[in-house]
Design a binder for this molecule. Structure first.
Ligand code: GLC
Ligand code: CA
Length: 596
C-alpha cells in the first residue's frame, strides 16, 4: 500500500496509487449499448438505466468510448468539441448524472480521449486551414506539395505514407494549396504536438474533465503524438514499402510507404507523456487512471511507458496479439494464427513486463472482431465453453482485465451479407480500396466479415425481443440474429452462463491478492493445445490450465501434476473432473486450482 495523498486525505478520496491493479474495467461503446429515446442510437441516459448489469458483473470502472461533440465520421473518435457532449448521446448534465450514479455505486468513470487528432470540424482546424498566416496554422501538420509536383495530383503528396484507413495519409486543401496529415480518415487531421500551445490546450481540457469528476482517461493512439522531424529538408521522409521491417498494423505497406518508423514512438513521445503527467495528474490525489492505446508497441517500449518511476502512463494497450493474424498487406491481409501464437504472445508480455511495468489484459474492444469468434469457437457446440476458457486464461494473468460490452455474454461475429450491412468507415474504405485494386468482392468481404469492427458494434443483446431490448426504434446497425438465444436476460441468473463465469473471475481477483500481485510462471511451453501458468505470492499458488482447442483428452503435464490434480479446484468451466491423479482436459476446458 502506498502513502495517503498529502492534500485533503478524507477517507472517501483516499486510494492507493495503484488501486487499478485490483480492478476490472468494462468498456461501453455508447452508440450500441442502450437507447433511451427510440432514435436507434445508444445514449448516456440508456447507460444510466443499465448500471445494474455492471454492478452485478462486479466491475470497478466504466471506460466510456467518446461521447463528445462530433460529426461521427468515426463514431466519435473525430471530436469537434472536447468540452461538450454530442446531442445524439445527451447533455453535459446527463454525463454529470452518470458520474454521480457510478460514484454512488462505488464505480469509476474513465473517458476515452482522442488528442492525437481532432475532427476537421473542430474550431481549431477551421482556423488552421483558413490561411497560412493563421495563428493556429501550426497546430496541425501542413506541408506543400512534393517539389516538382502540382498539389492535388497523384504523387504530389509530401510523403508516401499510408493512413490506417486505406488512403494516403495526406489530403490536399485547395484553399491554401497545401496538404494536411491524417493517420486515420481525412476528416481526422493530426494535431501538431511540437507546438507547446497545442499541448497546453490539451492539458487544460483534461484538467477541466478531472475537475468535473471523471476518474481518468483512455488516451487514443497516444504513441503517435510525436513524429520524426528532420532538421534538413525534406523534414518528413518517405517510408519503405513492404519489406521485412514493416511495423505490424493496419497500414497497407504494399501500396503505401510505411509511416510507422516516423510516427510511432517518436523522439519526444516520452517527454510529452511526462509533461502530461506533471501538468494533469501529479498534483491530484490518487484514484485516477491513465491508460494509453499504443499500437505496434514492443515489450521494451511497454516498459518505458508504464514504469511508475518514469511517470508516463499507468498501463498500455499493446497490439501484438491482435496483429498476429495480419500479413504484409496490413489488417485485411488475413493470415492464419494458432492458439500457440496467441499464448506465446501473451506470455511474452507477462514475462517481459515483470515486476516493473503493468499490462492491460484484453481480447476484444470496439476495434476488434468478437474474441469468441477469433480466438475461440463460436459454433453452437463450443461457444459457451470456449468463451469461458478464454476469459479464464486472460483474467488470471498479471495486469488489469478489460471486458468489452457483450463479451461477458459471448456475443459473436455477425453474418453480414454484404458491405451495405456494415457502417464502419474503416471497412467501407478498405472495401473500396480492394475493389479499386481489382480484388474479388467476395474475398474483400470475407476479410471484413472476419475482422471488421462492426462485428463488435452491433447493439448490446439485452433480451430476446425484437432489437434485443436495445431500442424501441430501428437500430443504427442491425442487431445480430443470435440475440434470441445469446442475451443478458438469459444469462444473469444462470450460474452456468458465460456472464456468471466472468462474475466469478472478477470476484476471484477481488478476493485473492495472488491474482493481483502474484508472480507469473509459464508452464507447458511446448504444448500445442493445452496452456498453463502458475501465479504465486507468499506461499499461495494458483494453477491455471486451459485447453484452447476442441480436441478431447488433453493431458496437462504440469510439474507436480498428481498433487495439483487433488488440490482445491476453485473454478472450472466443465464441472468436477473425473480423475484426481492426472489433469486431463476436455474440449475448451479450463481449470483453476489453488493451494497454500
Ligand atoms: C483508435 C480508436 C479507433 C479509432 C482510431 C482513430 O484506434 O480505438 O476506434 O478509429 O483510434 O481515432
Ligand atoms: Ca438515443
Amino acid at each position: 500500500m502506498t502513502q495517503q495523498p498529502e492534500s485533503d486525505p478524507t477517507p472517501r478520496d483516499w486510494w492507493p496509487r495503484d488501486w487499478w491493479k485490483a480492478a476490472v474495467v468494462y468498456q461501453v461503446y455508447p452508440r450500441s449499448f442502450a437507447d433511451s429515446n427510440g432514435d436507434g442510437i445508444g445514449d448516456i441516459a440508456g447507460i444510466r438505466q443499465r448500471l445494474d448489469h455492471l454492478e452485478r458483473l462486479g466491475v470497478d470502472v466504466l471506460w466510456l468510448s467518446p461521447v463528445y461533440r462530433s460529426p461521427m465520421d468515426d463514431n466519435g473518435y473525430d471530436i469537434s468539441d472536447y468540452q461538450d457532449v454530442d446531442p445524439l448521446f445527451g447533455t453535459l448534465a446527463d454525463l454529470d448524472g452518470l458520474i454521480a450514479d457510478l460514484h454512488d455505486r462505488g464505480m469509476k468513470l474513465v473517458m476515452d480521449l482522442v488528442v492525437n487528432h481532432t475532427s476537421s470540424a473542430h474550431a481549431w482546424f477551421q482556423e488552421s486551414r483558413s490561411s497560412k498566416d493563421d495563428p493556429k496554422r501550426d497546430w496541425y501538420w501542413w506541408r506543400p506539395p512534393r517539389p516538382g509536383h502540382t498539389g492535388g495530383e497523384p504523387g504530389a503528396e509530401p510523403t508516401n505514407w499510408g493512413s490506417a484507413f486505406s488512403e494516403s495519409a495526406w489530403t490536399f486543401d485547395p484553399g491554401t494549396g497545401e496538404y494536411y496529415l491524417h493517420m486515420f480518415a481525412s476528416s481526422q487531421p493530426e494535431l501538431n504536438w511540437e507546438n507547446p500551445e497545442v499541448r497546453r490546450a490539451v492539458y487544460a481540457m483534461m484538467n477541466w474533465w478531472l475537475d468535473r469528476g471523471v476518474d481518468g482517461f483512455r488516451m487514443d493512439v497516444i504513441n503517435l503524438i510525436s513524429k520524426v522531424v528532420h532538421d534538413d529538408p525534406p523534414d518528413l521522409r518517405d517510408g519503405v514499402k513492404g519489406g521485412p521491417d514493416r511495423q505490424a498494423g493496419p497500414i497497407d505497406t504494399v501500396r503505401f510507404g510505411d509511416p510507422g518508423p516516423y510516427v510511432l514512438h517518436g523522439p519526444r513521445v516520452h517527454e510529452f507523456l511526462q509533461e502530461m503527467h506533471r501538468e494533469v495528474f501529479a498534483r491530484r490525489p490518487a484514484g485516477l487512471l491513465n491508460v494509453g492505446e499504443t499500437p505496434a508497441t514492443t515489450v521494451e517500449q511497454g516498459l518505458l511507458y508504464t514504469d511508475p518511476a518514469r511517470a508516463e502512463l499507468d498501463m498500455v494497450f499493446q497490439f501484438e496479439h491482435v496483429d498476429l493474424d495480419s500479413g504484409p498487406g496490413g489488417k485485411w491481409d488475413v493470415v492464419p494464427m494458432t492458439s500457440r501464437d496467441l499464448v506465446d504472445s501473451l506470455a511474452r508480455w507477462q514475462e517481459g513486463m515483470g515486476e516493473v511495468g503493468w499490462n492491460s489484459l484484453y481480447l476484444g474492444n470496439h476495434d476488434q472482431p468478437r474474441c469468441v469468434s477469433r480466438f475461440g469457437d463460436d459454433s453452437p457446440e463450443h461457444r459457451v465453453r470456449s468463451a469461458k476458457a478464454l476469459a479464464t486464461l486472460l483474467h488470471l494473468h498479471r495486469g488489469t482485465p478489460y471486458i468489452y460490452q457483450g463479451d461477458e455474454l459471448a456475443m459473436a461475429n455477425v453474418p453480414f451479407r454484404d458491405i451495405n450491412d456494415t457502417r464502419d468507415i474503416e471497412s467501407h474504405n478498405a472495401y473500396r480500396a480492394a475493389l479499386t485494386r481489382g480484388q474479388d468482392p467476395d474475398l474483400a468481404m470475407a476479410a471484413i466479415r472476419y475482422k471488421g469492427r462492426d462485428n463488435a458494434r452491433t447493439p448490446m443483446q439485452w433480451d430476446a425481443t425484437e432489437h434485443a431490448g436495445f431500442t424501441t426504434g430501428s437500430p443504427w446497425l442491425e442487431v445480430s440474429p443470435d440475440h434470441v438465444t445469446v442475451n443478458a436476460a438469459a444469462q444473469v441468473d444462470d450460474p452456468d452462463s458465460v456472464f456468471s463465469h466472468h462474475r466469478r473471475l472478477i470476484e476471484l481477483r477481488h478476493q485473492e491478492p495472488v491474482v493481483v500481485h502474484g508472480s507469473y510462471t509459464r508452464l507447458l511451453r511446448d504444448s500445442e493445445h493445452v496452456h498453463g501458468y502458475l501465479r504465486s505470492l507468499d506461499g499461495r499458488e494458483l494453477l491455471v490450465v486451459v485447453n484452447l482447442s476442441g480436441t478431447d483428452g488433453q493431458e496437462a503435464g504440469v510439474p507436480d501434476a498428481p498433487a495439483w490434480a487433488s488440490a482445491e479446484l476453485v473454478l472450472s468451466n466443465a464441472g468436477e473432473p473425473a480423475e484426481r491423479d492426472r489433469i486431463v482436459l476436455g474440449p475448451w476446458e479450463a481449470r483453476v486450482y489453488r493451494r497454500g
